[in-house]
Design a protein around this ligand. Structure first.
Ligand code: ATP
Length: 193
């Protein structure tokens, strides 16, 4: 079986950019957050469970109603936890099925919540992409048109970088340019054995 490497980073750290580099170097990447978004629409069993929890309005014309769900779980920790308790195992199973189909000796699992959900425990090693807060904020402002304050609010809700740095096996410092980012990525992935 391939070794699973967790790939993570806070908002605007550059983890998706690193994931694309990893694919260019020939290693498969599972995008957990993207897959979770697909699974809520594709998995009928999951759909029923979500409707039981949140009501039929969780789906509109058969499609997951993200806005309704977000409003419903906003400021309701218990409900959010129940929702996650339904979605996370479905993603885990989807990931396990995906891993079985891979033929490389290393596979990467990209997820924003690697350490928060303790998913690093199910990985052989972890790679953290990190950058200064103001650099991350600027990148997200440019990418999404968010204000500094909006990005800051999201960063405040995430695990502090210093805590993630302690937990990660490998750290990529994304404070400069894309060439440097790619070079660091290459060094790390080919050093893992
Ligand atoms: P999120 O969690 O918010 O989706 P992310 O960690 O996946 O963010 P990316 O989307 O990879 O981060 O990067 C954020 C933005 O910054 C993107 O627009 C990306 O192109 C840009 N970016 C990332 N790294 C660099 C860099 N070293 N130089 C210039 N731009 C960069």
């Amino acid at each position: 079986a391939p070794k699973i490497i967790g790939l993570t980073g806070g908002i605007g750290s550059g983890k998706t950019t690193v994931a694309k580099f990893i694919e260019e170097f020939g290693f498969p990447v599972y995008y957990s957050d993207d897959r979770a978004k697909d699974i809520v629409n594709d998995n009928d069993d999951l759909k029923e469970k979500i409707k039981d929890l949140l009501g039929d309005e969780a789906y509109e014309n058969g499609m997951y109603n993200r806005k309704f769900v977000a409003e419903k779980v906003f400021n309701n920790k218990d409900l959010l936890q129940s929702l996650n308790a339904i979605i996370h195992p479905a993603v885990r199973i989807d990931f396990e099925d995906w891993v079985k189909k891979q033929t490389k000796y290393l596979v990467f699992k990209e997820t924003a919540l690697l350490f928060e959900l303790k998913l690093n425990r199910q990985c052989y090693q972890s790679v953290l992409v990190t950058a200064e807060d103001n650099i991350r904020a600027k990148r997200v402002m440019d990418r999404d048109g968010k204000t500094y304050r909006e990005v800051e609010t999201i960063m405040e809700k995430q695990m502090p970088e210093k805590d993630k740095i302690k937990l990660a096996n490998h750290i990529i410092y994304n404070n400069t340019n894309l060439e440097d980012l790619k070079e660091q990525t290459e060094k790390i992935i080919f050093s893992i054995e």
